[in-house]
Design a protein around this ligand. Structure first.
Ligand code: ATP
Length: 781
């Protein structure tokens, strides 16, 4: 890695001045943006500035535009809201306001500005950019600035970052803050569910989103809410009857709680607002239901708290990308904003995105709802369909398959538990039921299957009890039980015979590397056992995120959130005693993914991963760096220092040993401690992201299995020859794809280290090192 800033003495041109600003409604993660931009700008040899209070600061100028130093943004990642302030600025809507803003930028010599805000802020940015040449012209013609003064600023260099809890900007899957707000909502709904269930009550919960139903939709999906209302897709004209019918059905199954989620901008098809009060009255007054109903309006708690791990990652990577974008932009470059598509950070034209976003609001206003849905990203309509399929179950008989196409599908967990496993099973079961398939639970992995397969009450093979499964949306652990044993250990012939005995048409596996290995074994045994010639698919679920075929596995987000929360607390303690370094050991097997991503989320001073190993030279460089830092910092800084070390990064240098070495070398000038969070990392309640992705990916898996139809074992050769009949679903770059096991086994798997051949995330470590100010260090041979 090359992390040292360019040597200023060898540079001729004056340093570029790059400003960063947060605008519009605050959102979690904005501080991460400011930190990333400031430090990356310094790293690239530029001078960073902050514009305080959004556009108001740009219009006011003076003390609102401030030069920033490396240490000014220390600790920013773990703070909620935006520390540089934000405001709604009336003046900026008008040309004279923008003229003053342009003048202030030029007077301060700002070469480029990175603006983080919602669609309003980015609309303002776009307008500013379009008007810029005429604003500059006017400043000269009115004598406010000279030609020479404006000459270096002929082109406005601007880059947008989308910071908003609404997730309402077209072209990006997630806005900075959206997943944090969603996490907050889910937390609150989880709390409410307990009391709702206790009293057998109904709760109507209003969430934010004037033109965008993302929060309401995803919260409905993650919590298994009974009914949702979103602006883009109003319910049918008879929504009152429909809602009461669905809820009645759920109650008839024995559900003791009812949750309805309403986006604040929800309307009926005619543009009349649907209020929580209306829903409450319906549920309370409807004959037969007469539910004791309460309303909860979540309001500003949704903006509260610190950013979840995902938003810290997004803020950091997009902030870094924004700095690169402004430095690469020439006069002809189209103004861009930074987006994320699935797992890929990309630059996209700003103007088009702003215009597309405006179209959604217009389509809703014109009651063109299909258009509004189509204008949202594909994930949105995907997830809407997922929601409908998993909750209106039994109500929509029309998506049942004809009898000869229905399948018996075995569900099995393999490996350690991971957040989202239960949500995936719930979604898979619900989808199966809405299609007429028969989902069957195989309890306790292959070990359970092999040894407790009888039809006795404790047998491993059971049908699902829907009422029980319905409560699994938010449950951690593995409700059907999981086990690490591989089919070959259980006896592959035995397993093949059991699959035959129960006439399984397909198997749906959810688990980590062991699950991957299991499918590989089953696939290879197909030549000998025709009963294994059925479609097999894996949904990766492991905190280690080390399954070949996917850049993301269920549970890794939950783990990251646990780790980041843990590190925040440790860091606070380290800061209170000031001169202390904590060395934290993370799980992950031989994959450094969680260590690096957690490092990105907390701003680690160093991260040690198995992919690189640890050498004495590395330790030496890091210890020396810490000494320098503590020497310069006379104890006034707010944040402690963290080093993250993966459990298998080195056979010798454990967290404890590293802490001991640092302490020894520090000679009492500072302290070092080790700390091991252990199984806390598997998480209690799964994260909102893991829950939502579980639903989407599980449904895709069953849909994939469904394409093979029942009784594939009657045509074993066609299955053997079909590469995707043994597959892994995954997020790869910007898309969700199925990969053939055979290809993955042969070309993408590092079997010895139980991880993919290439670590897609390893380059992120460079970002952690740069932003943590880590010096260059030699890698072990
Ligand atoms: P959110 O909706 O997520 O809270 P936002 O960025 O959309 O965030 P707005 O209040 O719409 O929030 O916009 C923030 C600021 O951006 C406004 O106060 C104004 O200064 C500027 N702005 C918004 N729209 C425009 C516009 N059309 N022209 C010029 N400036 C604008």
């Amino acid at each position: 890695s090359n992390t040292s800033p360019p040597d200023p003495s060898t540079m001729e041109a004056p340093k570029k001045k790059i400003a960063v600003m947060t605008s519009g409604g605050d959102s979690q993660g904005m501080n991460g943006v400011v930190r990333a931009v400031v430090r990356m700008a310094i790293h690239m040899g530029c001078d960073p500035y902050c514009v305080y209070e959004g556009y108001e600061g740009l219009v006011q100028g003076g003390k609102y535009i401030r030069r920033m130093g490396w240490n000014d943004v220390r600790g920013y990642l773990s703070e909620g809201g935006t520390l540089i302030g934000t405001a709604r600025c009336m003046a900026f809507y008008e040309r004279p306001g923008r003229l003053t803003a342009a003048k202030n930028m030029i007077l301060n010599g700002i070469d480029a500005i990175i603006i983080c805000g919602g669609d309003g802020s980015l609309t303002g940015a776009d307008k500013f950019r379009a008007e810029w040449p005429s604003l500059v012209e006017e400043l000269v013609s009115t004598g406010q600035l000279t030609k020479a003064q404006v000459e270096p600023f002929r082109h406005l260099n601007i880059v947008g970052l989308v910071g908003s809890i609404d997730n309402d900007l077209t072209g990006t899957d997630a806005t900075i803050g959206a997943y944090s707000a969603l996490a907050r909502i889910c937390e609150m709904v989880d709390y409410i569910e307990a009391t709702a269930s206790s009293h057998s009550r109904a709760f109507v919960i209003e969430v934010m989103g004037r033109h965008c139903g993302w929060l309401a939709l995803m919260a409905g999906l993650a919590t298994g809410a009974d009914f949702i209302f979103i602006p883009e897709k109003p319910r049918e004209d008879n929504w009152k009857e429909e809602m009461c019918q669905v809820i009645q059905k759920h109650r008839d199954w024995g559900k003791r709680k009812t949750i309805v989620i309403i986006a604040e901008g929800a309307n009926d098809r005619f543009g009349n607002k649907i209020t929580p009060d209306m829903v409450k009255d319906l549920l309370a007054d409807k004959k037969g239901l007469a539910l004791d109903t309460r309303i909860t309006t979540l309001g500003h708690v949704q903006r509260g708290g610190t950013a979840v791990a995902y938003d810290r990652m997004l803020a950091t990577l997009q902030g870094v990308e924004a700095v690169k974008a402004v430095l690469e932009a020439g006069p002809e470059t189209e103004t861009c904003f930074i987006a994320i598509n699935e797992n890929k950070i990309v630059r996209k034209p700003l103007m088009a995105a702003v215009q597309e976003t405006k179209k959604v609001a217009k389509a809703i206003e014109a009651q063109e709802f299909d258009k509004a849905m189509a204008l949202r990203d594909t994930e949105f309509s995907d997830q809407y369909n997922s929601y409908m399929m998993t909750t209106s179950m039994g109500v929509s008989e029309d998506i049942h398959l004809p009898a000869e196409k229905r399948m018996k599908i075995g569900f099995i967990n393999v490996g350690a538990p991971a957040g989202g496993m239960n949500a995936a099973i719930r979604a898979g079961v619900a989808y199966c039921r809405s299609r007429g398939h028969e989902p069957i639970s195989i309890n306790n992995g292959f070990a359970g299957f092999a040894r407790h397969h009888g039809d006795e009450p404790l047998g491993a093979v059971r049908s699902f009890d829907w009422l029980e499964v319905d409560g699994w949306a938010s449950k951690g652990g593995s409700e059907i039980g999981t086990n690490r044993e591989l089919p070959e250990e259980s006896g592959i012939e035995h397993i093949a015979n059991l699959i035959k005995k129960y006439k399984f048409d397909a198997l749906f596996l959810i688990g980590g590397f062991e699950a991957f290995h299991s499918i590989s074994q089953l696939r290879k045994a197909r030549d000998r056992f025709p009963s294994l010639c059925i479609p097999l698919t894996l949904l990766p679920a492991t905190i280690s995120n080390n399954v070949p075929g996917s850049e993301y596995s269920l549970g890794s987000d939950t783990c990251l959130n646990e780790l980041v929360a843990y590190c925040d607390k440790i860091k606070q303690s380290a800061s209170a005693t000031r001169r202390r370094v904590f060395v934290i050991e993370t799980q992950g097997g031989r994959s450094g993914y969680v260590a690096v991503l957690a490092g990105l989320g907390v701003g680690a001073s160093a991260v040690y991963v198995p992919e690189e190993g640890i050498s004495l030279e590395m330790l030496n460089a890091d210890v020396k760096h810490l000494k320098d830092v503590f020497q310069k910092d006379k104890g006034q800084s707010r944040a402690g220092r963290l080093i993250l070390v993966n459990e298998k990064a080195s056979r010798t240098y454990s967290a404890k040993l590293i802490a001991d070495i640092i302490r020894e070398e520090a000679h009492d000038r500072f302290e070092a401690r080790d700390s091991i969070p252990g199984h806390v990392q598997q998480g209690g309640v799964p994260s909102a992201m893991d829950r939502c992705r579980a639903v989407r990916l599980a449904i895709r898996c069953i849909q994939h299995l469904e394409t093979y139809g029942p009784k594939s074992y009657d045509n074993p050769d066609s299955i053997r020859e079909n590469p995707l009949s043994a597959s892994v679903i995954g997020i790869k770059g910007a898309s969700v794809v199925f990969s053939a096991m055979k290809d993955l086994e042969e070309t993408e798997t590092d079997w010895k280290n139980r991880r993919p051949m290439t670590a897609h995330w390893l380059n992120l470590k460079t970002t952690v090192d740069i932003l943590g100010g880590r010096p260059d260090y030699p890698l072990p041979e």
